[in-house]
Write a protein that binds this ligand. Structure first.
Ligand SMILES: O=C(O)CCC(=O)C(=O)O
Ligand SMILES: [Fe+2]
Length: 320
């Protein structure tokens, strides 16, 4: 197993630290995103109680009978709001769908931004009323943390610190609550059926709550799988394909997966909550001129975030 250094960084260093601490934070996140695409973050703004409440509500939601959950799976939304049932998403290149079910929450525009009319309404769960409020709180906190992380990355890239702010404010981010359900007869699974097949995230960056549970692995440059572990309440942050594309591969969107636990452990659920930070659909993802030179020729065609998302949702079977 190759070893990988996933640095643990304190977001407070960047949010309220001295110039020296802020610079150290930017350098460290930039270096990690250039090398392995992953960091873990402490002091991210979500307290233990909120995370505890989130998991309690998420567990209640997925404990509902499939027949109730099915009424929240709404055609035409490509899984971007509400429920997506078991084995509906298939990682690119896999034949068996992932062993998971999930619920997605999108942007809530609270000012008079015209973006309001662009987004479908979130779907409210009647049976677990707290779920709606808890996930909105978590969404806003992770969006806040994400904006600071992107500011630190902007500094690393030599861009104005607020380069991403306007694109992320009222952007198309998604909070996904995930349940990897128990499998009672693991021997009968199709050979390539896993909790989450090897993939790269589509968005700018992902902030993941719950990576303290075993299973998440990243693919090293030596093509070896390496387990990602986070301390207690820390969140894991990784680069997605949109940021990789914008930076012409300077920042790496690292392949990752969630493996099945051995034998009997497959009978237990696993829960996790990634927040996929997306910009507004109109954001130009053309490679930054500062990331192109003779030894780094331009790798990607120009595209907007919206067009790119559409292409990727079709690939994974969520959009028809
Ligand atoms: O469940 C996890 O730990 C990771 C999930 C993930 O990679 C994803 O949903 O994109
Ligand atoms: Fe992922």
């Amino acid at each position: 197993m190759g070893t990988v250094n996933i640095p643990r960084l304190d977001l407070n260093d960047f949010v309220k630290g001295s110039d020296t601490l802020r610079k150290q934070f930017s350098d460290a996140i930039g270096k990690a995103f250039n090398e392995t695409g992953f960091v873990t973050i402490t002091n991210h703004g979500l307290d233990k109680n909120l995370i505890g409440k989130l998991y309690a509500d998420v567990k209640m939601l997925f404990a509902l009978p499939d027949s109730i959950k099915a009424k929240y799976e709404i055609a035409g939304l490509a899984g971007q709001r509400g429920y997506t049932g078991k084995q509906k998403e298939t990682a690119k290149g896999f034949t068996a769908p992932d062993l998971k079910e999930f619920w997605q929450i999108g942007q809530t525009v609270t000012d008079d931004d015209a973006m309001k009319s662009e987004y479908p309404e979130n779907i409210r769960v009647d049976e677990v009323p707290d779920f709606n409020d808890t996930t909105l709180k978590v969404y806003k906190k992770l969006e806040w943390a994400g904006i600071y992380l992107l500011r630190a990355i902007s500094v690393y890239l030599g861009l104005p610190e607020n380069y991403f702010d306007k694109q992320v404010h009222n952007g198309n981010s998604i909070l996904r609550t995930l349940h990897y359900f128990p499998i009672t007869d693991p021997d009968r699974l199709p050979a390539d059926a896993v909790r989450a097949g090897a993939h790269e995230d589509i968005n700018l960056i992902t902030l993941l709550i719950g990576a303290s549970a075993d299973g998440l692995e990243l693919l090293t440059r030596e093509n070896k799988w390496f387990p990602v572990k986070a301390h207690g309440e820390d969140i894991v942050v990784n680069v997605g394909d949109m940021l990789q594309r914008l930076t012409n591969n300077k920042l790496k969107s690292t392949t990752h997966r969630v493996v099945n636990p051995p034998g009997e452990l497959m009978k237990f659920s696993r829960f996790s909550v990634p927040f996929f930070l997306h910009p507004k659909a109109g954001m130009d993802l053309s490679c930054l001129p500062s990331c192109i030179d003779a030894s780094h020729p331009k790798q990607y065609d120009d595209i907007t975030a919206g067009a790119y998302l559409d292409e990727r949702l079709r690939e994974i079977g969520l959009k028809k």
